[in-house]
Design a protein around this ligand. Structure first.
Ligand SMILES: CCCCCC/C=C/CC(=O)SCCNC(=O)CCNC(=O)[C@H](O)C(C)(C)COP(=O)(O)OP(=O)(O)OC[C@H]1O[C@@H](n2cnc3c(N)ncnc32)[C@H](O)[C@@H]1OP(=O)(O)O
Length: 673
């Protein structure tokens, strides 16, 4: 419903009331129609404000009414009547104005918003179009390109961006309804001729065709990705195990070993999937902390998902003996091979002979861990992404001896946890992190050559990543990679001269190692590639120290900085990642391009509307990817992975077939799996 009252003498205030987000149910629409009629018919009312109760303007269509018989007044004439009103109507937007909610606001003559509000037309994510005037009014208000972007992506924009785009007239930090009422008083009696958006004409565009072509490309990418997500469930391995011939085992009780950040998230994900969980942590302090953290994570998840979790579904223990009767164990201890070896040896003794043993390692050798057990066929990797109870991606890593049933069980458990599970073979970094390594290395090289973290991140964010590589590195912690590089004997900053930037005959950048030596681990220390207001701060600010450091570094190594443009950033960072993806396909580590694309979209923030790295390569054109890689390899001969992979060349030699035909060309000739 909607409440109507007169405030400040002459303002008709209409408040939408439909908790939790004041969605446009039949009774809300009826309430709006009645209230507008009252306001326009009341001589004392000179202007109108529409707001929502409890700090939310309107979440759009009431999704609880989807699938039901349509009742109540239709939205289109209702919004039209608001726009046609002869008294100014002001939308006071707090919280969200989404879908039909934004369309309602676009029918008003003015839009005032709180700075924390979010606006958008997310219909596309529900398989709908903004049919209550959104497709007509938004392009007239902000132009076709910007409107097309919002409508085809469904993304929510901040009030600041909405103001910049021209959707909003004013943004306030104060009480939005009070500000809107004052504003409504101030525009009383003014002409509304220039305020009715549907009377605006669309700015003519010369390149409308290419704009729509781009939008169509996005639509193709989204369609491809829709099917790619489903394709990854039909997994297969080079040894012939397949989704439709492998029988998963029932898993009712699971255990997690190690209750650090990852272990806690995995415990929550398992409990949310309805399993009983034994959570083991041998360090008393860490166990105590986990006992507090896990229930509150579960509680937050239950509130968000509207579910209930049996509080006794998790039992905690300080000893591994507690996992004797579980069906499956996920080891999530510190990323240290010696420690993991010990855990697997212990598990092999303690667990039932048919217990599936899984490791959450992000890069270590699953076959080696399997060799520590009595039943290597029951060992697989389950590589979760942080935060493990939130992130959709799960890499299920099969080893040389993993049984089809073991792979099927892990895949099915992933599905039960609501994950997109992708089966991949065992190699350093598996599919996702192996590709990421190349991407990170190129980003470091670009800094050496003259780029800044800001320039690289801007290029990647404009491409569509939620965060550029350096902001992401600050968020996840520079020390993580540093530890791995130290363990691999790479992070040696005592080397001088040319050998400082070469390892095993290949180009190497010690920039990340040097930053760590300065105690700059990213957000957690308040300093990394950017600076933050405090340790744990979230807002990245450009850091003059870092720029000086880069200048000195280049001078020390005789590197003459050059101008690097966004195109080079994208090609260098993305094409090497793609090239590694082809190598992974060639080796049979991933069964098809869809697997890699699902990994990148769900695990690494690759923009969904670009379909994933392999789809992107198809769109850019494989010949072009080869040509650019060759050119960069010529310029940087000591970076061997800039050479186009054999499969990429073979595909080009086969006339660059479209992505859905690549599997015909992929022959896992080199596979050892
Ligand atoms: C003539 C027929 C009338 C048709 C009207 C015109 C048609 C227009 C088409 C549309 O409007 S399509 C767009 C529909 N709206 C959306 O897609 C928005 C979906 N919601 C969100 O994005 C978020 O929920 C939010 C609004 C941004 C709030 O996010 P927040 O993180 O703060 O909270 P949540 O946990 O997500 O949600 C809280 C609570 O609210 C319920 N809810 C959210 N949206 C709607 C909705 N549109 N209708 C009904 N209920 C909604 C959500 O389910 C949660 O409830 P719960 O009980 O706590 O689970």
């Amino acid at each position: 419903m909607a409440q109507y009252r007169r405030v400040s003498g002459s303002v008709g205030l209409i408040t939408l009331q439909n908790p939790p987000v004041n969605a446009l149910s039949a009774s809300v629409r009826q309430g709006i129609v009645d209230s507008v009629k009252r306001a326009l018919g009341d001589q004392k009312v000179k202007s109108v404000v529409i707001c929502g109760q409890n700090g939310v303007f309107c979440g759009g269509a009431d999704i609880r009414e989807f699938g039901r018989q349509m009742s109540g007044p239709p939205l289109v004439p209702m919004i039209h009547d608001i726009e046609a009103a002869n008294k100014p109507v002001v939308a006071a937007i707090e919280g969200s104005a989404l879908g039909g909610g934004l369309e309602l606001a676009l029918g008003c003559h003015y839009r005032i918003s709180h700075s924390k509000a979010k606006l958008g037309l997310p219909e596309v994510t529900l398989g709908l179009l903004p049919a209550a005037g959104g497709t007509q009014r938004l392009p007239r208000l902000i132009g076709v390109p910007a409107a097309l972007n919002l409508i085809t992506t469904g993304r929510h924009v901040t009030a600041a961006e909405a103001l910049q785009l021209g959707i909003l007239d004013h943004v306030t930090e104060h009480n939005t309804v009070d500000v809107a009422v004052k504003f409504a008083l101030s525009v009383t009696g003014e002409s509304l001729d220039g305020r009715r958006i549907s009377s605006f004409s669309c700015a003519p565009l010369s390149d409308l065709d290419s704009l729509f072509e781009e939008a169509m490309l996005k639509a193709r990418a989204l369609q491809y990705f829709f099917f790619a997500q489903r394709a990854v469930g039909r997994w297969s391995t080079p040894s012939g195990a397949r989704w439709d011939t492998s029988q998963p085992r029932p898993v009712r009780k699971a255990a997690v070993i190690g209750l650090g950040t990852m272990g806690r998230g995995i415990t929550v994900a398992l409990a949310q999937a309805g399993l009983s969980v034994v959570a083991v942590e041998t360090h008393a302090k860490q166990l105590m902390e986990a006992k507090k953290a896990v229930p509150s994570m579960l509680k937050r998840g239950a509130v968000r998902g509207g579910t209930t979790i049996e509080p006794d579904s998790i039992t905690y223990s300080e000893t591994v003996q507690a996992v004797a009767d579980v069906d499956l164990v996920i080891e999530a201890v510190f990323e240290d091979m010696a420690l993991k070896e010990k855990v697997f040896q212990q598990l092999s003794i303690v667990c039932k002979p048919d217990t599936l043993l899984c490791t959450n390692t992000s890069s270590l050798d699953v076959d080696h861990l399997a060799s520590q057990t009595r039943h290597p066929e029951l060992v697989v990797g389950m590589h979760f992404f942080a935060p493990a109870h939130v992130m959709k991606l799960l890499e299920v890593v099969y080893g040389r001896r993993s049984s089809p049933a073991a792979v099927a069980t892990a895949m099915q458990l992933g599905k039960k946890m609501g994950k997109v599970s992708v089966a991949v073979g065992n190699c350093r970094g598996f599919a996702g992190n192996r590709m990421l390594k190349r991407y990170l290395e190129q980003a470091f090289f670009l800094l050496e050559e003259g780029a800044t973290p800001e320039l690289v991140d801007r290029a990647l964010e404009e491409f569509g990543f939620p965060m550029g590589v350096f902001r992401m590195s600050d968020l996840s912690g520079l020390d993580v990679g540093w530890r791995v590089r130290k363990a691999d004997g790479l992070a040696d900053t005592s080397l001088t001269g040319t050998s400082a930037r070469v390892r095993q005959g290949c180009r190497y950048s010690p920039l990340g190692d040097l930053l760590c030596e300065h105690g700059r681990f990213g957000q957690k220390t308040g300093r990394g590639w950017y600076q933050y207001d405090k340790p744990g701060g979230r807002v990245a600010k450009s850091d003059p120290w870092l720029h000086n450091f880069l200048d000195e570094y280049r001078a020390r190594h005789g590197l003459v900085p050059r101008c690097i443009d966004q195109q080079e950033v994208l090609e260098r960072c993305l094409f090497v990642l793609i090239n590694e993806g082809f190598q992974i396909l060639e080796e049979g580590i991933a069964a098809g391009p869809e697997d890699i694309d699902a990994i990148y979209v769900f695990g690494y923030g690759w923009p969904r509307h670009r379909g994933g790295p392999m789809f992107y390569a198809d769109m850019v054109g494989l010949e072009r990817v080869v040509e650019r890689l060759e050119r960069y390899h010529q310029a940087h001969p000591n970076v061997p992975y800039l050479q186009p992979s054999g499969l990429l060349r073979r595909l080009v030699a086969n006339g660059s077939p479209p992505i859905h035909k690549w599997r015909n060309v992929i022959k896992n000739r080199n596979s050892q799996l």
